[in-house]
Design a protein around this ligand. Structure first.
Ligand code: GDP
Length: 316
């Protein structure tokens, strides 16, 4: 692989984007373009076009997105739909207009129907109703998959899409209410330990099942696919997951153990459960030649160390 390829990682400060940069750098890629949102507003079409015209990247990883947990998705549905549609439309259109050779669009497993058979296969996209708590976000992501596929069909581009399971890891966001469940647990159990609390309350029934992957594993899968596959080989999109899930209560117990807190875990049934099961089928990915390497136990230690070492990322 040409290590001098010009690679634009959109969203390089985020959970996924920062893992992509680490992975690319570890593989010797030297020419990675990074822009913060204040340097380049990806919702601004003209600015994005100007940037692509000047930089002419060879590859693009589209990891910039408005993301958040179940509470944030329900509270800010417009932001989750409109900001994501704007960012992805601009970056995908500019990538075609300015000759990007390969693009990878990062989605999410919440694109699947609420009652999709488990584990969720790529084929079950758009077969029935979405989970209402994140429908606006899911529809934006589905549009992104569709737009990449449309460009491939109409213009012969090589734009791929990957749909990861729930993610966590280095540079995660630990904002209290709006965050995803795993970083929220790290923060809550850590604070409980510091404050000597005997009880910690988690949302919902504790019974929904989720699949968690560390962002470094996702990044490795993405770089592997970009280096070795074409969009035709990948199909409309491919799931990325570990093939292992657990209940929210089991996750809480694992996080408590990692953090070193002992006490009673209580439930708050007034808070939503969201979809009851969300595991992706990773058969297509395995057949393409990639499998997850880092277990949840190992990954939780990495994430907690990063949390402890970066005071100021906790509330971003
Ligand atoms: P989702 O996987 O897209 O639904 O998003 P989340 O990462 O927000 O996970 C939500 C699941 O974790 C739901 O079943 C919640 O009831 C449960 N959960 C338990 N405690 C918390 C919490 O403190 N924050 C969040 N976001 N979810 C929680």
């Amino acid at each position: 692989m040409d290590k001098n390829l010009k690679i634009f990682v959109a969203g390089h400060r985020g959970l996924v984007g920062s893992a992509l940069v680490r992975n690319l750098e570890s593989k010797g890629y030297k020419n990675i373009i990074k822009k913060t949102s204040s340097e380049l507003d990806l919702t601004d079409t003209l600015k994005v076009f100007e940037f692509f015209e000047t930089e002419k990247p060879d590859w693009v990883f589209l990891a910039a997105a408005k993301v958040g947990g179940i509470h944030a998705n329900s509270t800010y549905p417009v932001d989750f739909m409109l900001t994501n549609l704007k960012i992805q439309n601009n970056v995908i259109e500019a990538s075609h207009k300015f000759g990007v050779k390969k693009l990878m669009f990062l989605g999410s497993s919440c694109i699947y129907p609420k009652n999709a058979p488990q584990p969720m296969k790529e084929e079950c996209l758009l077969t029935s109703e979405l989970e209402p708590t994140n429908e606006p976000y899911a529809l934006a992501k589905i549009s992104g998959i569709c737009l990449c596929d449309a460009y491939n069909r109409q213009y012969g581009t090589d734009f791929m899409a990957v749909m990861p399971c729930n993610l966590y890891g280095i540079s995660d966001s630990y904002h209290n209410e709006n965050g995803h469940v795993l970083p929220m647990f790290i923060r809550r159990f850590h604070e409980a330990k510091l404050e000597g609390k005997k009880e910690v309350t988690i949302w919902g029934s504790g019974t929904p099942r989720r699949e968690f992957m560390i962002s470094d594993d996702l990044a490795d899968a993405c770089v592997f696919l970009m280096e070795t596959k074409t969009a035709k080989e990948v199909g409309k999109f491919v799931n990325v997951g570990t093939g292992v899930d657990l209940t929210i209560m089991e996750l809480a117990q694992m996080v408590a153990k990692t953090v070193g807190w002992e006490g009673e875990i209580k439930l708050d049934p007034t808070k939503p459960d969201g979809t009851m099961k969300k595991m992706v089928d990773v058969t297509r990915l395995k057949n393409l030649g990639w499998e997850a390497k880092i277990t949840l136990e190992e990954g939780l230690k990495i994430a907690y160390d990063d949390f402890l070492n970066n005071e100021n990322t906790r509330l971003n």
